[in-house]
Design a protein around this ligand. Sequence first.
Ligand code: 4NP
Length: 153
Amino acid sequence: MKPARILFVCLGNICRSPLAEGILRHVAGDGLVDVDSAGTGGWHIGDPPDRRSIAVARKHGIDIAGQRCRKVQAGDFEAFDLIFAMDRSNLAHLRALAPPEVQHKLHLFLDYTLGTTRDVPDPYYEGPEGFETVYNMLFEGCTSLTGRLDERS
Ligand code: 4NP
């Protein structure tokens, strides 16, 4: 089976979604997923992830330092099979951008993976513990997602 094409979306594409991208690539391994991330906002285009996301990933053995920020673009709705919003605000933004025929690809990440309508909270104004909390939520979601994708293949 072809790898599932998965896009993670948050606001800035420097804290949550690049971390989710790195975690899923790490947990799922090669072949199962083709993963990317993007932001609904464009303030940080071309930047590496926030140093606190790089640090928490590194602490858990994952290197995300080479990833670069980009903004969501119209072609993403065609190019990806599953598009995961980190929070309900990101999801509302995506729903407004996406044409009707691809709305089924859009999901709140923790709703799809863990069956809970909780947001992955924006840690931008938090300390390192906020990033650790986000890491743990993303790791749990990505582990569950990997199990589901494995069943499919
Ligand atoms: P993210 O966090 O959406 O998890 O990447 C943010 C990063 C930057 C900003 C907002 C949220 N910002 O306003 O610059």
